[in-house]
Design a protein around this ligand. Structure first.
Ligand code: SF4
Ligand code: SF4
Length: 383
């Protein structure tokens, strides 16, 4: 019987380690026996930004190449793609490919996606996101393999299997979704809608070097030495959350998956091949996102509303500027979906009243100058 999740050691990013670990982690799911000659398989990587592989923000090219070679050996066409944050056009995406070491994918026999067209979808089965615009190259896939990276995330606590499929939304359109779904619970439901719609055949996690701290782009690499795989991105995420010390309740996409019975209530109920204790990092530096929405009150009683407002103010994390790192480029102001950032001189000023705490500014500041500020009370409760 297939397990829910498999985890194997992958000590480093050498070609030999990557190839061996990938074969091992896919074996419990029948390897790639389902891939037939002529199939077009899209590998949805995490190529969030123009960052070198050593930064641990993007899926490592050695692992992508290993998968490409396995697919090509089966006679399939392997297309690697993603829509990074920012513009979804050739010049920008080529810059991301170049920084992330994607030239190696072509040398390995794969194809980098260069179809930058977009399409509109209707998904009547969705819980919250029934109409959306997506990157049309995914239509050319006979199957999608979701190859993500394990990282912290300002809004969703963790970026892994489920969150990676948000990359199906064109970069320029992503801020709109933050504005449409400002409550993290709804944003997570939207992501689960996308996962259900695109239904990746496999989810593989590059957890060789993860990202801790100020993720998903400005954090610090942390070695775990693992490759994780499974057929359900949500079960994979439930397992990976445990590896980095996150509880299910702290990860909105896991809560959204639980609402739909896509995962069991705890990681202990998963069938796992491999020993998680070998890879768990209890002191992994997480981002405390804070479930401030739980304190908003029911909107009917004035006392409850006031109490909710106060608790929200005391507990809600917010974006904050590390002035010494800011170069005043103004990018955060341009991408802020709530128009909450105004440049005054060379310094971004955040209007707290307008801020919807999507943490796009923190995610996409190219200099790591924005971070998730934890309030004093949160630091006291969760040192
Ligand atoms: S994107 Fe970063 S570096 Fe640029 S202005 Fe904003 S905080 Fe400063
Ligand atoms: S200031 Fe930052 S966190 Fe607040 S809405 Fe704008 S991008 Fe999102």
């Amino acid at each position: 019987m297939k397990p829910d999740v498999a985890v194997v050691p992958c000590p480093d990013y050498t070609e030999a380690s990557g190839q061996q670990a990938l074969s091992q982690v896919l074996a419990p799911f029948g390897g790639l026996a389902w891939v037939e000659p002529g199939m077009r398989i899209v590998i949805k990587a995490n190529l969030v930004s123009a960052m070198r592989p050593e930064r641990s923000a993007t899926t490592h090219p050695v692992l992508l190449c290993a998968l490409v070679r396995m697919l090509v050996r089966r006679g399939a066409q392997a297309i690697v793609g993603d829509s990074p944050g920012g513009l979804y056009h050739p010049r920008y995406v080529e810059r991301v490919y170049s920084a992330a070491g994607m030239a190696a994918v072509e040398e390995a026999g794969g194809v980098l996606n260069r179809d930058f067209s977009e399409a509109d979808a209707r998904n009547p089965q969705a819980r919250v996101c029934r109409n959306f615009r997506y990157t049309a190259y995914l239509d050319r896939a006979d199957a999608i393999i979701n190859f993500c990276k394990l990282k912290t995330h300002g809004m969703m606590a963790m970026s892994c299997g489920a969150k990676n499929m948000f990359g199906a939304i064109p970069g320029t359109t992503k801020p709109e979704y933050h504005f449409r779904y400002p409550d993290p619970r709804d944003f997570a439901r939207m992501i689960v809608d996308l996962d259900e719609y695109f239904a990746p055949r496999l989810t593989i996690v590059d957890a060789v070097d993860c990202m801790e701290g100020n993720g998903p782009t400005s954090g610090t690499p942390r070695h775990m030495g693992a490759l994780v795989a499974g057929e359900s991105p949500h079960k994979v995420d439930l397992f990976c959350a445990g590896l980095i010390g996150l509880k299910r309740e702290e990860v909105p996409t896991l809560e959204a998956a639980l609402e739909r019975d896509l995962i069991p209530a705890s990681a202990e109920e998963l069938t796992v091949l491999g020993d998680p204790r070998q890879f768990a990092i209890p002191d992994f530096q997480r981002i405390a996102t804070g479930n401030s929405h739980l304190f908003k009150g029911d909107g009917r009683s004035l006392a409850k509303r006031i109490r909710g407002e106060v608790l929200q103010r005391l507990l809600t994390q917010r974006p904050a500027l590390k002035a010494s790192k800011c170069v005043g480029c103004g990018l955060c102001g341009k991408i802020c979906p709530a128009k909450a950032i105004e440049m005054r001189g060379k310094r971004p000023q955040i209007d707290r009243g307008k801020c919807i705490r999507c943490f796009c500014c923190q995610e996409f500041c190219p200099h790591g100058a924005m971070y998730v500020h934890r309030t004093a009370l949160v630091r006291l409760l969760d040192p």
